[in-house]
Ligand binder design. Structure first.
Ligand code: WQD
Length: 344
């Protein structure tokens, strides 16, 4: 019998790609999603790619009763990947209670469910945001956790502490915390991808919309940083590569191979890419021009961060493999598909 995995936030950007990779790896996937920042049609895209329709519950993970009812209905579950969370840094500054409630209540409900329903493993989506402005790059998992600069970032730090504290009580399941750098891209089939609502806040969705003429031009936030070309440097990781890391993490826990009750892994490429490099590579990959202008720095931006993924390479047997050009071409194909469908 296939092992069953619950994906909270499984209709979202990273969740949907992870669903595909888990199904490809032979897992049976059950999605919990309240569709607050996603569409149910994503499930059609997943089915088109894999030929398998995941089970779906439109529930909010802050609703413990609904979560427990779904667990009861589904029978034995091997693991959870907990993506469901509010993720807009700027919004979190204006709506901190919403962020603390959504992100932490849902986590606590899922952790208690993991214990009560005898799961083997719990994967949590964390972020490189926990490192703040790092003292040196590339950043490895032992780098100090810096004070959070937004309520969103704080929810990721607190969430990591909650998981640690809960594991210390001697619960029966293991946890793996995955710290993502900057996830970008789309499935090469263009059946699933990122669906930003309103004006995109992240770089690549904005680049795609500017290239398509939906936005007049990209604003490059600062060219006076202490970097090779003056723009900020990030570690852009392909969403399919990222999704595959979740399969490795679950395999490790389901097979009982964890060395620690809580393990931490950076998920990045190990390479820093500047804003200008990303824009130029996008134009090379697609042959499409990206109109842009340089404006002032964005408040709170970190000058340079990229991860050292050796720990994930060595222990999880995972390595980022998709070249940046291919990732950018996939994102553009998805953007074109959205236009064909009249979505944007
Ligand atoms: C990337 C670079 C911008 C938009 C975010 C989250 C963080 C974490 C990772 C999840 C920066 C520049 C952007 C634009 C630009 N996610 N930029 N013009 O800031 O690294 O972090 O993803 O936990 O919490 O905040 O990503 O895509 O917003 O920016 O010049 O219109 O692109 O200044 O250098 P960021 P981003």
């Amino acid at each position: 019998m296939k092992n069953k995995i619950v994906l909270t936030g499984g209709c979202g950007f990273i969740g949907s790609h992870t669903c595909v990779e888990l199904q490809n790896a032979g897992y049976d996937v059950v999605i919990f999603d309240n569709l607050s920042n996603s569409e149910a049609s994503v499930i059609d895209g997943i089915e088109k790619i894999t030929g398998i329709r995941p089970a779906f519950y439109q529930i909010d993970c802050t609703d413990k009763g609904a979560v427990y009812q779904a667990f009861q209905q589904e029978g034995p579950i091997a693991g959870v990947v907990h993506f469901a969370a509010s993720k807009a840094v700027g919004e979190s500054v204006h709506k901190p209670i919403l962020y603390y409630r959504n992100n932490l209540t849902s986590l606590m409900n899922m952790l208690e469910a993991a214990q009560d329903f005898h799961l083997k493993g719990f994967v949590f989506s964390s972020s490189c945001t926990v490192y703040g402005e790092p003292d040196s790059v590339p950043v490895d998992e032992t780098a100090p956790i810096k004070p959070a600069t937004s309520p969103y970032g704080n929810t990721k730090q607190i969430a990591e502490e909650i998981i640690q504290d809960y594991e210390h009580t001697g619960v029966d399941f293991n946890a793996i915390i995955l710290r993502y750098f900057n996830p970008i891209g789309a499935h090469p089939s263009a059946e699933i991808g990122e669906l930003p609502r309103g004006v995109p806040q992240n770089l690549l969705p904005y680049v795609c919309q500017a290239a398509m003429g939906i936005r007049k031009e990209l604003s490059v936030f600062g060219d006076d940083y202490n970097t090779a070309d003056g723009s900020c440097v990030r570690d852009y990781i392909d969403v399919i590569d990222l999704a595959k890391a979740h399969v490795c993490a679950l395999n490790r826990m389901v097979e009982g191979k964890s060395a620690e009750k809580v393990e931490y892994y950076n998920l990045g490429t190990g390479h820093g890419v500047s804003v200008f490099e990303l824009v130029n590579t996008f134009m090379e990959a697609t042959g499409v021009k990206v109109p842009y202008k340089v404006v002032g720095r964005r408040e709170g931006d970190i000058e340079r961060i990229y991860g050292n993924p050796s720990h994930a390479n060595e222990v999880l047997g995972w390595k980022a493999a998709v070249p940046l050009k291919e990732t950018l071409a996939n994102a553009w194909r998805w953007q074109e598909k959205l236009r064909e469908k009249g979505v944007m």
